[in-house]
Design a protein around this ligand. Structure first.
Ligand SMILES: C[S@@+](CC[C@H](N)C(=O)[O-])C[C@H]1O[C@@H](n2cnc3c(N)ncnc32)[C@H](O)[C@@H]1O
Length: 454
């Protein structure tokens, strides 16, 4: 470390310069972060995830049905929405589920809000023809929301404001790959005592250029455990959770998502709340043990594993309900939290969580999807159609099958109608984000080839 210059000394992780770099990255890259496939989003924004969320929302609305006000909208708000693809899939998946409900007439109108903290991303959404159509239908709107200064949402098209004092129905929040991208802190338990784990940054360059392409190559991170000078947070509940970690866990390093929790507290000011969230992270206390210092996982932006266990503790100690699968989710943790609804039984939410997350959930899907994608050339047409239905018609699953479908149908014409229906479903819920994306064109050409118009 001797030949390196100290540029950021002994900071709590959440105050480190690395979060300034993170913000600058998202602001500068804008939609290119997703258009150029730099920031991963396949696991977090696919139709399977959206279908699972749709079922959870339907369950939750059934549990809340008696208290819903049909005269007021019900907002489904995505935080840090990035590409916008999760909400777009959800619109396609959820609306037919709601329309099928016996009490659909008493349900409020559902409105979807895409939010992010980068104006460039919001401009992209505003100009996207497929999203414009949904805005025109009154289903979708957009707003800026910065988790580091949470405040009321000003809807860009509806010209109205959503704030705690004017919230009517419960709010549904979606936060995928979100908590892993926002500031968190790090602590150590050493000899049974909780301490701070402070971060210093060193650079090999005399002047650090925050916009340099090789910025992360120039930086070295060094953590140092130091005794705490008092309770780490103003919020007693956060300190209580940490005190319990100190009392119950063996020596280890762990992160604490206080910025994410502050965000949750902000939204808790709005009546009842369902939070659906997916990320890499730790949902169980035992997975917090032995993780070592938190280091950024680089992919244009960076991410850090999320301490979902602490979020669960916070929710439960606030009188809320946490839905957490009992098993370890290796690819993506998917969880649901209900706040401010203590007196509700939440039976339908629980059942939906069992069916759509605990059994056959997004983590299972992703693990098997990776394996099955490689098998597509060897599949029979009925197997491929099963895979497409299981995926809820994911475009990235269709892609490797596109070249086979015409010959499959030629060999087994009985499947033609099912193939055509599937292709229409993929088209309907696909949100292209690059101007040179030719998937819809290829699907149309395939439809012409399979069923030429007379
Ligand atoms: C890893 S991306 C995930 C995007 C999308 N949710 C997905 O699953 O692909 C993290 C997102 O969080 C947003 N974000 C980062 N810092 C934020 C902040 N302070 N306030 C609100 N959003 C933020 C980024 O702009 C980005 O859209």
């Amino acid at each position: 470390m001797n030949d390196k210059r100290l540029i950021d000394a002994d900071k709590p992780l959440s105050k480190s310069l690395i979060w300034h770099i993170q913000r600058a990255y998202f602001q500068k890259a804008g939609m290119q972060a997703w258009q150029d496939d730099i920031v991963p989003h396949t696991i977090s924004c696919n139709p399977f995830m959206a279908r699972a969320y749709g079922r959870l929302i339907v369950g939750y609305l059934q549990d809340c049905a008696a208290d819903l006000d049909p005269a007021e909208p019900l907002y489904i708000i995505e935080l840090g929405a990035g590409s916008g693809r999760l909400t777009h899939h959800l619109i396609y998946q959820l609306l037919p589920m709601l329309a099928d409900l016996a009490n659909f007439d008493q349900m409020p109108q559902v409105k979807f809000l895409l939010t992010d903290f980068t104006p460039d991303v919001i401009k992209f959404w505003q100009q996207h023809p497929k999203l414009q159509q949904l805005v025109a239908e009154g289903i979708l709107d957009f707003a800026l929301f910065d988790v580091e200064s949470p405040r009321h949402l000003r809807l860009l098209n509806g010209k109205t404001t959503i704030a705690p004092q004017n919230s009517g129905n419960p709010i549904v929040l979606l936060a995928n790959y979100f908590f892993d991208s926002i500031p968190q802190d790090s602590f150590v338990i050493e000899d049974g005592e909780l301490g701070a784990n402070l971060l210093s940054l060193y650079s090999g360059q005399p002047e650090l250029d925050l916009n340099a392409a090789d910025l992360w190559d120039q930086l070295s991170l060094a953590y140092e455990p130091l005794p705490l000078q008092g309770p780490p947070y103003e919020t007693a509940l956060y300190n209580d959770i940490l005190a319990d970690y100190e009392a119950q866990l063996p020596d280890t390093t762990l992160t604490f998502p206080h910025v994410g929790l502050d965000c949750l507290q902000y939204w808790m000011g709005f009546k009842e709340l369902l939070l659906l969230t997916a990320d890499r992270g730790y949902s169980h206390a035992e997975s917090l043990i032995g993780q070592g210092n938190p280091h950024p996982n680089l992919h244009g932006s960076f991410s850090m594993m999320v301490n979902y266990h602490a979020i669960t503790e916070f929710v439960e100690r606030s009188g809320g309900r946490a839905f957490v699968p009992p098993h370890y989710q290796d690819n993506v943790q998917t969880l649901a939290y209900v706040l401010n609804s203590a007196e509700k039984e939440l039976k339908a939410t629980e059942q939906a969580f069992e069916q759509s997350v605990v059994h056959n959930g997004p983590d299972d899907y992703f693990a098997l999807r990776q394996h099955l994608l490689k098998q597509i050339p060897e599949m029979a047409i009925d197997q491929f159609l099963s895979l497409m239905r299981w995926s809820a018609d994911e475009a990235d699953v269709l892609r490797p099958g596109l070249d086979h479908l015409a010959s499959w149908v030629e060999q087994e014409p009985a499947w033609q109608e099912d193939v055509l229906d599937m292709l229409e479903r993929v088209k309907a819920q696909y949100l292209a984000i690059r101007s040179d994306d030719d998937l819809i064109l290829k699907i149309d050409q395939l439809i012409d080839q399979i069923a030429p118009e007379e």
